[in-house]
Design a protein around this ligand. Structure first.
Ligand code: G3I
Length: 351
């Protein structure tokens, strides 16, 4: 092979290598789908809410309509009416949808308190997932398979939260849920969803480590898991662990696991009263969070937990001491975009 052809070959290989990198680089910055969780009551009551979902979302998530208490109110009765209404609306407007959540400890119907053995827990969990994820196979493209299975403080309380699922299934609750979801809808993106990964403290760091360990365990057992959902209910007064999040995102990418922001809002109860200042700081917080995650790997979706300050769980749960209305979401109480909306938009996949 003569000198010229060697140079050409290297150039070609170099070009090929660069070309190979570009898609990866492009993927890293491909941008995220952006969306919101929608609450039935607000969806039905307020046409501006419906319009905002159409105008600002690529993805719509039923906030409560796919929880056990909603879809499985009695042991032998399923009710998909509310979920169907919102999912049909999403589909009619060309939006993709996420399901929340196939296994949780909260929003459980009273009959589940009768579950009193491992066999029964296995049977009911498997049956629930087969019925729910199976019904929406090919329609809901991403599921929170398990939600908040980690204990609040794993170092003090052990890995898994004390729930009926841990009581009867232990760690196997996760394996069973992901197996059942994969069988019910082999094409769906299967997500491990939890909270408090985001802040600079040992508890959040440990929750990130526990999550990586669970992901690796599922992979070792050849159980399909595709992504981790960080809820990202961001306390405005807490420091974002940028390095910790970047490493977490990078570690997940190395395992071939995607990252979703699944319940984004800013808990502003301890932030300045002045609206302009508070909105600016909240947007900066969101930008810091998303920038840290994106520096470790691509963010697949950014879902806010609600879309307008007019309706948010934050008002009841984290009221401001000064009594002023909270401002946790991308649109204000009159559906006007706030700086947070632009901050999220900078990470959004370009149409
Ligand atoms: O629909 C009923 C209504 O018929 C009844 O009149 C009313 C009064 O009891 O309750 C209504 O249901 C409420 C539902 O929200 C819809 O408004 C439930 O009681 C209430 O518990 C439920 O709260 C939801 C909560 O999860 C528990 O499911 C919140 O809206 C929702 O924002 C919150 O979301 C959770 C995520 O699922 C998981 N991550 C944390 C996040 C915030 O807590």
């Amino acid at each position: 092979m003569n000198a010229t052809s060697v140079i050409d070959r290297r150039r070609i290989l170099g070009a090929a290598a660069c070309a190979a990198l570009v898609p990866l680089a492009a993927t890293a910055n491909a941008g995220a789908l952006v969306g919101a969780a929608a609450m039935k009551e607000d969806f039905l009551a307020d046409s501006r809410y419906r319009d905002a979902l159409i105008r600002h979302c690529d993805v719509i998530v039923p906030m409560n309509d796919l929880k056990w208490e909603a879809v499985h109110p009695e042991r032998n009765r399923f009710n998909f009416e509310d979920a169907d209404r919102l999912l049909d609306f999403a589909r009619e407007h060309g939006k993709s949808t996420r399901g929340h959540a196939l296994l949780w400890y909260n929003a459980m119907p009273s009959w589940t308190r009768e579950i009193a053995s491992t066999r029964e827990a296995e049977r009911e969990l498997r049956r629930h997932i087969e019925q729910v994820a199976g019904r929406y196979a090919g329609k809901i493209t991403s599921w929170d398979v398990v939600n908040e299975v980690l204990s609040h403080d794993p170092a003090a309380q052990g890995t898994f939260r004390d729930t009926l699922w841990r009581r009867w299934l232990g760690a196997e609750q996760v394996d069973l849920a992901f197996r059942a979801a994969s069988q019910a809808d082999p094409k769906a993106e299967l997500v491990f969803n939890d909270y408090d990964f985001e802040f600079r403290n040992p508890r959040c760091a440990r929750r990130r480590e526990e999550t990586l360990a669970i992901v690796r365990r599922l992979q070792d057992r050849k159980i399909s898991i595709h992504a981790v959902g960080l809820q990202c209910h961001i306390y405005g007064e807490q420091e974002i662990d940028r390095d910790g999040l970047a490493r977490f995102s990078e570690s997940l990418a190395r395992l071939g696991i995607g990252v979703l922001v699944t319940e984004l809002d800013v808990i502003d109860w301890k932030m300045p009263a002045d609206i302009a200042e508070r909105d600016r700081l909240a947007a900066a917080k969101v930008d810091e969070l998303l920038g840290a995650l994106a520096s470790g790997g691509p963010i697949r979706q950014i879902i806010s937990w609600g879309i307008t300050d007019r309706y948010s769980w934050i008002r009841e749960t984290f009221p401001r001491p000064d009594g002023r209305p909270n401002r946790p979401l991308p649109l204000d109480e009159n559906y006007r975009p706030k700086p947070m909306h632009a901050a999220i938009g900078r990470f959004r996949k370009k149409a």
